[in-house]
Design a binder for this molecule. Sequence first.
Ligand code: SF4
Ligand code: SF4
Length: 171
Amino acid sequence: MDSKVPENSEKDKISRRELLTLSWHGSDAPDGEAQGRVTLTGGRCTGCGLCTVDCSSGALSISSKETGDEFNLRFKANMCNACGRCVDACPEKCLSLERVPASGPADEVVLFGDTLVRCRQCGGVVGPRAMLDKVRATMLAAGQSGAQLELCPDCKARSQFNFNESPVRKR
Ligand code: SF4
Ligand code: SF4
């Protein structure tokens, strides 16, 4: 066993960042403090946002505007502590993480840009187009209709309620 990796009882007590540092020792790891650089590999991102939920440092975020249809997944390198949670959280396995010197770029970059779909009844936010397209394809493959996908949760619930109520009203 690698002597630099602690025994189980100690391993449970150290942070994921410390574990990653241990696994990165030697080779091309820079000296001193380091930060992470997250990049998108391939074109499979759906904009689901799960990586931002698991990113406790705020390095990954989603931005969209009150009006308009712009959707962006953003990354700020100088806030990234290279914990790797986003890589583990991504259901599409499309994120990569590398360790870079802490003096790396501070500017925010857009990792993924898409069109925001709005509810066709009330105009509320539904989600990024790529995510809806993926859900629709999955539903169609399972023989289900994706007809209500472009409704927000409130309008979807309302339309189902009205649908369930209509036979009663006809009596
Ligand atoms: S990178 Fe992965 S987890 Fe993050 S929004 Fe894209 S698909 Fe979702
Ligand atoms: S490696 Fe950690 S801190 Fe960096 S973007 Fe991913 S979840 Fe956030």
